[in-house]
Design a protein around this ligand. Structure first.
Ligand code: SAM
Ligand code: SF4
Length: 319
């Protein structure tokens, strides 16, 4: 269905947990997050019911995210159930990749179509630093496993950070020369308690266009917020996601379900629809989803003076 601004809403991002096996500096506090009681989180059955009803408002694509989605037990079974919904055409996953080699076979068999792997540096020591302890080699194993299981196209998402990985842009770009993968650079966004850290390290993605030689823009996946490029002769592609320097609100087609049962119609707004009030029946769930679509704001206001960051940190939204 369309929202008030004539945008067709077809994409639901589902966070299955706000817990994570890493502590990325731009996403999580160093001590991790307070453990929630089980009753504060949606059960997998409740998540499934919301996804099922979401097809009635026109949702066709589901992305599972987190926290780290692979730390939620039972995810493959949920994926399997969702893959049997006729109207769902694509199921994808965003993961830090640490547990990917362990679960890839099960995920593929369950019906997962694609995977995005987050990786902000190609240097093991830097990886350990930004994730506060993560093992780079595990992510490499995860990427390899995803390739072996033919989860194409594999996307590697790198958040660009001033003074952290701006000297690695060309190295990331070079990965696309010989491999059919997509490297996407994402602009760092300000959230919750990480507001000042993220603001200090923000760098516009125009830096990528300045650093990588022989880039040409290509016509690829027009429905995505990413603009795509190719280095002449390369097998893979480079994507730029510019939520700050060139926002794409006018074509936004998504809503988000948080692990604690709220729908966020816009990533950068505190507006949330508490779906826990609506779980009694399919009609009720439909009502909640309808409210979320009807109240979807037109655009974010990050670039405006006096912008007040939203309260949730990214690990409690899912990206
Ligand atoms: N744990 C999984 C992962 O890291 O891929 C899924 C959840 S994570 C919140 C989803 C994506 O959001 C990751 O690619 C991460 O780099 C990105 N992210 C987190 N905080 C961000 C921020 N402040 N600005 C831009 N991207 C951010
Ligand atoms: Fe965890 Fe992903 Fe956030 Fe890193 S970005 S702390 S891996 S949820």
């Amino acid at each position: 269905m369309k929202d008030k601004f004539d945008r067709e809403i077809t994409y639901l991002r589902v966070s299955v947990t706000d817990r994570c096996n890493l502590r990325c500096k731009y996403c999580m506090p160093p001590e991790g997050i307070e453990k929630k009681d089980h009753q504060d989180l949606l059960s997998l059955e409740q998540i499934y019911n919301i996804i099922k009803v979401s097809t009635k408002i026109g949702i066709k694509k589901i992305r599972f995210t987190g926290g780290e989605p692979l730390v939620r037990l039972g995810l493959p079974k949920l994926i399997k159930d969702v893959s049997q919904l006729e109207d769902i055409k694509e199921i994808t996953l965003t993961t830090n990749g640490i547990l990917l080699s362990k679960y890839i076979k099960e995920l593929k068999e369950a019906g997962l179509n694609r995977v995005n792997i987050s990786l902000d540096t190609l240097k093991p020591d830097r990886y350990k630093d930004i994730t506060r302890g993560g093992d780079f080699n595990k992510v490499m194993e995860g990427i390899k496993a995803a390739q072996e299981y033919d989860m194409k196209p594999i996307k590697i998402n790198a958040v660009l950070m001033k003074g952290f990985n701006d000297d690695e842009i060309e190295d990331f770009a070079k990965l696309t020369l010989e491999q059919d993968i997509i490297v996407r650079f994402i602009e760092l966004m300000p959230f919750g308690e990480r507001y000042s850290w993220t603001k200090d390290k923000y760098l516009s993605n125009s830096r990528v266009l300045e650093s990588v030689k022989n880039l040409e823009e290509i016509d690829y996946d027009k429905g995505s917020p990413s603009r795509y490029y190719k280095i002449k002769g390369a097998k893979g592609k480079i994507g730029l996601i510019n939520p700050i320097s060139r926002h794409f609100c006018n074509t936004c087609n998504r809503i988000r379900l948080t692990a604690d049962g709220n729908i966020k119609p816009c990533l950068h707004s505190d507006l949330e629809i508490d779906m826990k009030k609506y779980l009694g029946s399919e009609e009720e769930i439909y009502k909640g989803l309808l409210e979320a679509v009807n109240r979807k704001p037109f655009q974010h206001h990050i670039n405006e003076e006096g912008y007040d960051p939203i309260k949730r940190d990214m690990n409690r939204i899912g990206g």
